[in-house]
Design a protein around this ligand. Structure first.
Ligand code: BES
Ligand code: MN
Ligand code: ZN
Length: 504
């Protein structure tokens, strides 16, 4: 029942593509019929074989198009796969990643065991060789990821792709390529774990299961790991967190991961991840049609566990703490009821006007608990609001912060990781929407600016340190019956953020 990683072997090479002795060499063609540099080499070696095929109209170079050629004259590889790259002037990050994904899916479907991919040689504006290789590895693992542990028979792959060679154009670039490869692999492994956790249905992926998965990662990499049960959380005064899990027969678990890779006494980065293993809405029950995807409501916590896997593989010289409040939000006789008032660990009281706004109720206590670690910065990740999906759609995560330099640091890491964010306002003006006549605050702020008022709620618990919040409701998974699945975001962003800090 384990979901096996498709373990690919990656390597980096420089050298003439026509001399690669491999099952398949992949070369790119721009629109309209313009050969990339490696494609030109093949064309020259084969006395214009590619140009002739293109002249015949077999391929235009449109993005997403492919053409597999056999027995190309004077070429040592068994086959040449042409991949369309679209217009050269539009060849940016997305086009690059899409081209790699298209190439590896075609390789898988045509049964190649090994391939040398030269698309990684094609320059992407503002990016360097290490970036190209790192992104190629991540895009490859992403394209080939499958989650079939819940199928009675694993889906049949034809002779699966085993070895992928990414090309760099000069020998001197090999060492940058190798560095990109190591980073890309660690990030891809973190993403893959976050995806597995997200995709595992909530009858299996319970708070206890997540705690077990965190412990496994801790064991593999020598992290500290502590699981706080109900009694321990109660003793800490986490009245808000505990109120959410009460409606479930699966007990809450508060997971603490600790990586001490930095100097003793260096303030840690604290990562906080929302992990509601199923969000039925509680007594404010969600409509049936929107409920089946709510197993993904633990994606923030899953991303923290995934990031820790990458942190371990890279051996980051940094102190990092992961805090994951995990519980289930269900309707029940013991569940929170609209109008209930709870006392958070900070002492602030909260009127629960809607039990479906539970994410902020578990995060606020985790944010208070973060103070125990004397953090340098705290970043929380949460599939927090449907309103965020309405505002930004599926491409950027929403970024909020009480500290501009931290926001810029995250924006920078997000751009480099190509795991993008968009900064949103955290203005005082919105705070009025959270007023309650009976308690210190209400847990909802009405429909206008729903992602913003949720962030404003969290802000009230994060005043003692530099803090950022990522609403990942639109980015953590892809919806829909046929292709639904976790994206593993924002593992890549987190790892880049931490990596950049080790370089300071
Ligand atoms: N987990 C949901 C947010 C969510 C909804 C993420 C849909 C992705 C897709 C969260 O707990 C929630 O239910 N939020 C409510 C808040 C509202 C009651 C103020 C929402 O967004 O509807
Ligand atoms: Mn909810
Ligand atoms: Zn939720």
């Amino acid at each position: 029942m384990e979901n096996k990683d498709i373990e690919l072997e990656f390597s980096i090479k420089s050298g003439a593509p026509e001399k690669q002795r491999t099952a398949c060499v992949v070369v790119g063609v721009f629109e309209s019929r313009k050969l990339s540099a490696p494609a030109t080499d093949i064309d020259r070696a084969s006395d214009g074989y590619l140009s002739e095929i293109l002249r015949g109209g077999d391929m235009e170079g449109k993005a997403g198009s492919t053409l597999l050629l056999h027995k190309v004259p004077n070429i040592l590889a068994d086959r040449i796969l042409l991949v369309g790259l679209g217009k050269e002037r539009d060849f940016h990050e997305k086009a690059y990643r899409d081209a790699i994904a298209c190439a590896v899916k075609t390789l898988r479907d045509t049964g190649s065991m090994e391939a040398a991919i030269t698309l990684s040689e094609i320059p992407v504006k503002k990016r360097d060789v290490a970036w190209n290789i790192e992104q190629a590895v991540i895009a490859t693992q992403d394209a080939l990821y499958r989650f079939d542990r819940m199928k009675s028979k694993p889906s049949e792959a034809r002779r699966p792709l085993k070895r992928v060679i990414f090309a760099v154009s000069r020998r001197g670039e090999l060492k940058y390529g190798e560095a990109g490869l190591a980073r890309g692999l660690a990030i891809a492994h973190g993403i893959s774990l976050a995806k597995d956790l997200g995709n595992t249905p909530s009858n299996i992926c319970t708070p206890e299961y997540l705690a077990g998965e965190a412990q496994k990662v801790a064991q593999a990499h020598g992290f500290g790991c502590e699981i706080l049960d109900y009694a321990a959380c109660d003793k800490l005064g986490m009245g808000s967190f505990l109120s959410v899990g009460k409606g479930s027969d699966k007990p809450p678990h508060f997971i603490v991961l600790k990586h001490e890779g930095g100097a003793k006494g260096d303030k840690p980065v604290v990562l906080v991840g929302k992990a509601v293993t199923f969000d039925a809405g509680g007594i404010s029950l969600k409509p049936a049609g929107e409920m089946d995807e709510m197993n993904y409501d633990m994606s923030g916590g899953g991303a923290v566990i995934g990031a820790f896997r990458a942190i371990g593989e890279l051996g980051l010289k940094l102190n990092v703490v992961g805090l994951i409040p995990a519980c289930e939000n269900m309707p029940d006789a013991k569940a929170n009821k609209p109008g209930d008032i709870v006392t958070s660990m900070s002492g602030q009281t909260i009127e629960i006007l809607n039990t479906d706004a539970e994410g902020r109720l578990i995060l606020c206590d985790a944010l208070t608990y973060a103070e125990h670690f004397d953090p340098d910065v705290v970043i929380d990740l949460a599939t927090l609001t449907g309103a965020c999906v309405i505002a930004l759609g599926a491409h950027p995560s929403a970024l909020y912060s009480n500290h501009d330099p931290l926001a810029r640091e995250i924006e920078h890491a997000a751009d480099h990781a190509w795991d993008r964010v968009w900064r949103m306002p955290l203005w005082d003006d919105y705070q009025d929407q959270l007023k309650s006549s009976l308690a210190d605050m209400a847990n909802i702020g009405g429909r206008p600016g729903g992602s913003i008022t949720a962030a404003c709620f969290l802000w009230r618990f994060a005043k003692k340190y530099h803090w950022a919040h990522l609403d990942i409701a639109g980015t953590a998974w892809i919806g829909g019956r046929e292709k639904k699945g976790s994206t593993g975001r924002p593992v890549s962003l987190l790892v880049h953020f931490l990596l950049n800090r080790t370089l300071k």
